[in-house]
Ligand binder design. Structure first.
Ligand code: URA
Length: 273
C-alpha cells in the first residue's frame, strides 16, 4: 500500500488546503491510530485510522460518479462564470475529479466524473473506438441517403480542409411533422424535450416544419461532432443527450443534475473496454 504524507492525505480528502491542514496537524487536532501526530510530513497509508477534530477521515484513491448532466452547466473542473459538472457532485471526497470528455453546455446526459486518469485515457483514446450513443432531435426530415452518409462518414471540415468522420451507427426512431412532434401522445420526446426544442427552434430562427428523432453512435469524439455531422447532411441538432459511453449506460432514475456512484460491476466493465 502506498505511503503518503499526512498533510497530502488530508488535502486529497478535501479537509482543507495544504496550509490549513498543516495548521490543524501542528495544533494537535489530527490523530493517526489514536495517537496525536504533529508532523505534517509523517507517512501514512489508507490502512491507518486518521481523525481530524474527532472525525474519522477515510481515504479513497479513486472516485467514479455517473452524472446526468443538465443543460447550462459546463464540462470543466473550474470556470469563472458558469457552474461546472464537478461542482454538481457535492459529496465528493477527492479534489482532483474531472469529467471524462466533454459535453457542450447545451448537451445533456451521461458524463463520467472521476479522478482515474488511466481509465479516462482508455475511454477517450481514438485507437480504442469506444462507442458513445446520443439521442438526437434534428431539424427536417433526414432521408435514407443522409442516414447512410452519417453511417459511412461525412466531411465535417471544409472543402479546403476536409475532416471525415469514422463509421457510425444511426438508428432512425421517427420522422415527424410539427403536429406529430408536439402531440402529447408522442412518447419519443417528453414535454420537457419538446419545450427545449421549441425554444431552440425559435431562438436559432430554425423554423422547421418537421423533425427527425434518432440515435447516433459514434466511436470518436471530435469537437461538436454530432452537431457538425448533422450539419453536414443539411440538418441541425435541436436537442442532444448522451445515453451511453462504452458499457456505461445512463441510469433512467437520474433526473437532470443528479448523480450516483458507479457500481463495482460498472467500473469493472469499463476498465475492460
Ligand atoms: N457532439 C456534439 O456536437 N456535442 C456534444 O456535446 C457531444 C457530441
Amino acid at each position: 500500500m502506498t505511503m503518503l504524507r499526512l498533510d497530502k492525505y488530508l488535502t486529497d480528502m478535501g479537509v482543507g488546503t495544504r496550509s490549513e491542514v498543516k495548521v490543524k496537524i501542528r495544533k494537535g487536532q489530527v490523530t493517526v491510530n489514536q495517537c496525536v501526530v504533529k508532523k505534517p510530513d509523517s507517512k501514512v497509508s489508507g490502512l491507518d485510522v486518521i481523525t481530524v477534530e474527532g472525525q474519522t477521515v477515510g481515504y479513497v484513491d479513486f472516485e467514479y460518479y455517473m452524472l446526468n448532466k443538465p443543460q447550462g452547466v459546463v464540462s470543466a473542473t473550474v470556470d469563472d462564470s458558469n457552474q461546472t459538472v464537478v461542482d454538481l457532485v457535492r459529496e465528493k471526497k477527492r479534489k482532483d475529479l474531472f469529467p471524462v470528455g466533454r459535453l457542450d453546455k447545451d448537451t445533456e446526459g451521461l458524463l463520467l466524473i472521476t479522478n482515474d486518469g488511466t481509465l479516462s485515457h482508455r475511454l477517450l483514446s481514438p485507437k480504442r473506438h469506444v462507442g458513445k450513443c446520443y439521442f438526437v432531435v434534428a431539424a427536417g426530415v433526414l432521408s435514407e441517403r443522409a442516414v447512410t452518409q452519417l453511417e459511412e462518414g461525412v466531411n465535417i471540415g471544409t472543402r479546403e480542409q476536409e475532416e471525415w468522420t469514422n463509421t457510425a451507427k444511426c438508428q432512425m426512431l421517427a420522422r415527424l411533422s410539427r403536429e406529430e412532434f408536439y402531440h402529447e401522445d408522442n412518447v419519443l420526446c417528453d414535454a420537457r424535450v419538446r419545450e427545449i426544442v421549441r425554444a431552440c427552434a425559435m431562438g436559432q430562427e430554425c423554423d422547421t416544419e418537421s423533425f427527425s428523432v434518432l440515435k447516433l453512435t459514434i466511436i470518436e469524439g471530435k469537437y461538436h461532432q454530432v452537431k457538425r455531422m448533422l450539419q453536414a447532411v443539411g440538418s441541425q441538432v435541436l436537442y442532444l443527450k448522451r445515453l451511453s459511453m462504452g458499457t456505461l449506460v445512463l441510469d433512467d432514475a437520474l433526473q437532470e443534475g443528479e448523480y450516483r456512484h458507479l457500481t463495482n460491476e460498472e467500473i469493472a466493465s469499463l476498465t475492460k473496454e
